[in-house]
Each structure stands twice: as C-alpha cells, then as structure tokens.
Ligand binder design. Structure first.
Ligand code: ARG
Length: 470
C-alpha cells in the first residue's frame, strides 16, 4: 500500500526538502521559531560556503558529482558567500546550512540536491565552527600581541618610577609602576600562548564524520582536511560529532583574558578616583554625569569588568550544556554558538577599547611617589637590613614592628626617623639605615631574580622583546 502523497508546504518554503519525505506536516511556525538558529549562525556563512565547496570537490572525487555539476555548485556557492542575505530574509530559514542549500537550489536546481550526499548538518556545523575559531583566534592573538607591546613599552618607560604596592589592598612595599605594568604584559603574553596551546589539539577537520559514524560514500577525509587547511581529519566520528571541547577550550582561554582585563579595569577604577589620583583617564575615554557637573567616570573599565561576568557565565553555561548529554549529537548543542559568539565579541571589543585607551592613560607619577611615604612600606627593608646584619628575622620583625607602632601613635612616618632614633631601637642600625627611607631606594635594592628592581624589570622586558613576541 502506498501512502497518499501529501504536499509538504515546508518543502518549498521553510525547510526545503530537508526532511520533506518523512513528515506529513510542516513544522508548526511556533515550533520552527523555537528551534531556529539562523540569527546566530548566519555569521558562519563564509565558513559554510568554504566547507561546502570542499565537500563538492570531495564528492566529485568520489564520483558522486560530475565535473560540470561541481563547477556549477562552486560558482554558485561563491556568489552566495559574497552576498549575505538581508535580515528580513533570514526568518524563512532554520539555520545557515539550510539557507545555503535553499539558495543553491534556487540558483542551480537539481545539482544542488546532490551536495548533501554523505554529509550531515552535524559535521557541517562543527567544520564551520572550527574554521570560525581559527579565523577569530588569529585576530584575537594579533590584538593580544598589540596590547602586550603597549604594556611592555609603558612598563619600560616607568621602570624607575615608584608607587605603592598593595597586598590585601593595604600598603605593602614600594614597587614601581613599570613592575606593575610588566605584570599585565606577562598575563597577556600568557593568554596569547594559552589560546595557541589550547587550540593546537583541535587542528583537525570534522567534515566527513556524517551524522554520527561516517558515510558509505567514499569521500577522502584527508583531502578535505588539507583543502580546508587542517593538519588532519578528526580521528573518531562519534567523539567528533558529540564533542564541543574546541568551543569550551577556546571560550575558557578567552574568559581568562577577560578576567585579566577585568582586574586591570578594577585598578583603573581605583586609581582614577581622586582619593588615589594615580591616573587620569583620557577625555575621550571618560564619561560625565548628566547631573553632577564635576564627574569623570571610568565607564569603559566598569563595562569591561561587568562583561567579564558574561564570559564567565558563558563558560559555565557551556560546561552545563554538555554535562548530561549522551553520545552523540543532541540538539542542545546548538546553543554552544550563543556562548561562543558572545565571548568572542566581548573580548574583541574590550581589546579594541584597551588598545586605544591604555596608551593614553596619564599616570600621575608625583602622586604615586607621594603616596609611597604613607603606610610604612619601607618596614620590610628595615627588618631585612637588621637580618643581613645577623639579627634573626623574627626578632628584626619585632623591632621594626615596635618602631611602626610608635610612629603610628604619634602620627609620624618612617622617613621622619633620624639615624639616632633608629639606633635607639637597635644598635645594629648604622647611619646608612635612613637611606632606605626614600621611595626610590626600596625597589632598587631588591636583589632577586624577577623582583621589582628596575634592572630586573628592564632585563625581563628585553628578554620578552628578544623572544619576538611581537
Ligand atoms: N543548527 C544546528 C546546530 O548548531 C545544526 C545541526 C543540526 N543537526 C540536527 N541534527 N538537527 O547544532
């Protein structure tokens, strides 16, 4: 008994022939609206076109397409890639893959129907995403390199300029602005390396894994990998189809960078507060208040800090998305792109802002130097001075602790001490001990590898520059 043929309007409008044979009715419009992803994944269009072109060539080599069919498909795909659809046309399609297919059919007719032989949207979307990640990561690594260079250049110029260093957000030791900025350069350089290292194992082409376990069509996956610029095809189809490790690793790497930018933002927010007064934001990167005429607000830094929260949410979202999924493809996985694109966009924009803003930050060196006089930050140096003269450190700590307590009670500072005062606390204090009590001395006297000493900071900057990180 043959079933009556029901015309499926979906087959000509919304889901042209994707599964027109199986269902007697088209997808309910509400159901379609719920499941569509075209508004997000349309940005995969150039990659979908590239992957589809490689697939057409592979099908020709497998004798599924003739030479002239392949040529027609390739020509049409090129055009489709060149003219992205107007937004109002998007809603008629479920996703970028069905959009490309339906346009292709409209352009070249039946030959288009052959293109989907042996492939599934499951391996297609993975291939598109892998290409997107590769391209966006190259751009992001370039921006990171630029930002590292900015931090290193500024660090180099500020390596002798003292500023208060904090632990627990309390005055700790005098450091230099150069050492502080070098710390951010180090973070960014690590971020840059992390993107590369985490993506390296994913340099493999998913295309040809089909819906779950490969295809009976003899396509050459090594050819596909080479054509699309991957070093090899992925090794196990079921793992490939179900895995979103690439997206997760990438979002993780980007989220760390956003976390670093967020920490820097926090410093800028504090430092630009007049009670600190360590930095003046450039006019074109400050915002005012509609009510309070005196205001100069660090909104860009606050937004960076706020958006880092979104990246962290994306990373946890991605992990939560995957944790309960049995092999292999589950439609839940469609949601990965929302997290991926959001994180890439956030970081791209935050890096653009910092690439322009950081070179223009006006550090107020005099204010930083002044601030070094407060908070008894030379105390450790005094204790170490005694330790170097043979007093056990715990005892030296106590001597200096007493000095600080006395001064604190009298509202005086360490640099108010005379050699005689120091001697009265401990005979090991020589007349040279007061020389420790200036802002410049402390960083300069540091002796260890990696310390804040201007010579060490300079050596490290030179080393990083020699490593050709930029
Ligand atoms: N839009 C889908 C996604 O991103 C494409 C794959 C759809 N596959 C499927 N079997 N429905 O996951």
């Amino acid at each position: 008994m043959s079933r009556p043929k029901v015309r499926n309007p979906q087959s000509t409008i919304r889901n042209p022939k994707m599964w027109g044979g199986r269902m007697a009715k088209p997808l309910d419009p509400t159901a379609l609206a719920f499941s569509t992803s075209i508004h997000q994944d349309i940005r995969l269009l150039p990659y979908d076109v590239r992957a589809s072109s490689a697939w057409a060539e592979a099908l020709q080599r497998a004798h599924v397409l003739t030479q002239s069919e392949t040529a027609r498909i390739l020509r049409a795909l090129k055009k489709i890639g060149r003219y992205p659809p107007p937004p109002e046309e998007l809603s008629a399609h479920e996703d970028v893959h069905s959009y490309v297919e339906s346009r292709l059919r409209r352009m070249i007719g039946d030959a288009a129907d052959k293109l989907h032989t042996g492939r599934s949207r499951n391996d297609q979307v993975l291939t598109d995403v892998a290409l997107y990640v590769r391209e966006s990561s190259t751009r992001i690594v370039d921006k990171l390199r630029g930002l590292a260079r900015i931090f290193l250049d500024r660090a180099s110029r500020e390596k002798k300029n003292p500023m208060p260093g904090f632990t627990h957000m309390q005055p700790a030791q005098v450091v230099t602005l150069g050492a502080h900025l070098l710390a951010y350069a180090e973070m960014i350089l690590r971020d840059l390396g992390r993107v590369r290292i985490l993506l390296q194992p994913h340099d493999a082409c998913p295309l040809g894994c089909g819906a779950i376990g490969g295809t009976t069509i003899p396509v050459d996956r090594f050819f596909l990998a080479q054509r699309l610029g991957f070093s090899r095809p992925t090794a196990a189809a079921m793992d490939t189809i179900s895995s979103r490790d690439l997206v997760t690793d990438y979002v993780y790497a980007l989220t760390i960078t956003l976390t670093h930018l967020s920490r820097f933002s926090e410093e800028i927010i504090l430092w630009s507060n007049p009670f600190f007064g360590f930095v003046r934001l450039p006019d074109d990167f400050s915002t005012g208040s509609s009510l309070m005429p005196q205001k100069r607000n660090p909104d860009l830094s606050e937004l960076t800090r706020g958006r880092a929260a979104r990246a962290i949410a994306a990373l946890t979202g991605l992990l939560a998305l995957q944790k309960g999924l049995p092999l292999t493809y589950n439609r839940d996985l469609q949601e990965d792109k929302i997290y991926l694109f959001d994180t890439v966009d956030l970081l791209d924009a935050a890096l653009d802002v910092h690439l322009k803003m950081v070179p223009k930050l006006e550090f107020v060196r005099s204010r930083m130097r002044e601030a070094c006089a407060e908070g008894f930050m030379e105390a450790t140096d005094l204790a170490e001075y005694l330790a170097l003269r043979g007093l056990p450190f715990r005892q030296a700590h106590e001597v200096v602790g007493r000095i600080v307590a006395d001064l604190d009670r009298r509202g005086r500072r360490l640099r108010d001490l005379t050699p005689k005062d120091l001697q009265s606390y401990n005979k090991l204090f020589g007349p040279d001990a007061v020389e420790l009590l200036t802002a410049e001395t402390s960083p300069k006297r540091k002796r260890t590898y990696g310390s804040v000493a201007p010579a060490e900071v300079g050596r490290r900057i030179m080393r990083l520059r020699m490593m050709r990180i930029y």
